[in-house]
Design a protein around this ligand. Structure first.
Ligand code: DQA
Length: 149
């Protein structure tokens, strides 16, 4: 069974309360519940983690190499600032799909650049919580293609 990690970056623990006009009213707990339901239905093993700390996210990514087949990652604001997270992803040999709730290209200019996209397998941005499900589908497709090779 595929083992997948969904990783949420800083401030995403505040979803539902935080700028609901941009990020929606659904809480992270609700999204996580739906993601767990999706995993059960699709038949993969899902672990979900969230951290507000850059170093902790790096640690989680480094350790993920041993424990998961791939990661769906919303790096939140670190998307636009963190070379250290970029390097962590480049260092591990498992695929990472970058996801964002909002369309980062439709927003402020400082959100238009992602350090993560350069090392991600692909990016999903702008579909609200659906971005996570699209990211998971893409990752599963990718991993099952790899398994057949
Ligand atoms: C975000 C977009 C980022 O620019 C922002 O800093 C976030 C959330 C998104 O999911 O739309 O915290 O990653």
């Amino acid at each position: 069974m595929l083992k997948i990690l969904v990783l949420h970056g800083p401030n995403l623990n505040l979803l539902g309360l935080r700028e609901p006009e941009i990020y929606g009213k659904t809480t992270l707990i609700d999204i996580n519940k739906e993601l767990m339901g999706f995993a059960k239905k699709e038949g993969f093993e899902l672990t979900i983690k969230q951290s507000n700390f850059e170093g902790e996210l790096i640690q989680i990514i480094q350790e993920a190499m041993e424990n998961y087949d791939g990661i769906v990652f919303n790096p939140a604001a670190y998307t636009h600032t963190s070379i250290a997270l970029r390097d962590a992803i480049a260092a591990v040999n498992i695929p990472v799909i970058e996801v964002h709730l909002s369309n980062i290209y439709k927003r402020e200019e400082f959100r238009h650049h992602s350090y993560i996209s350069e090392v991600a397998e692909g990016v999903v941005s702008g579909f609200g919580k659906e971005s996570y499900f699209l990211g998971l589908r893409a990752l599963i497709n990718l991993l099952s293609k790899k398994a057949k090779k």
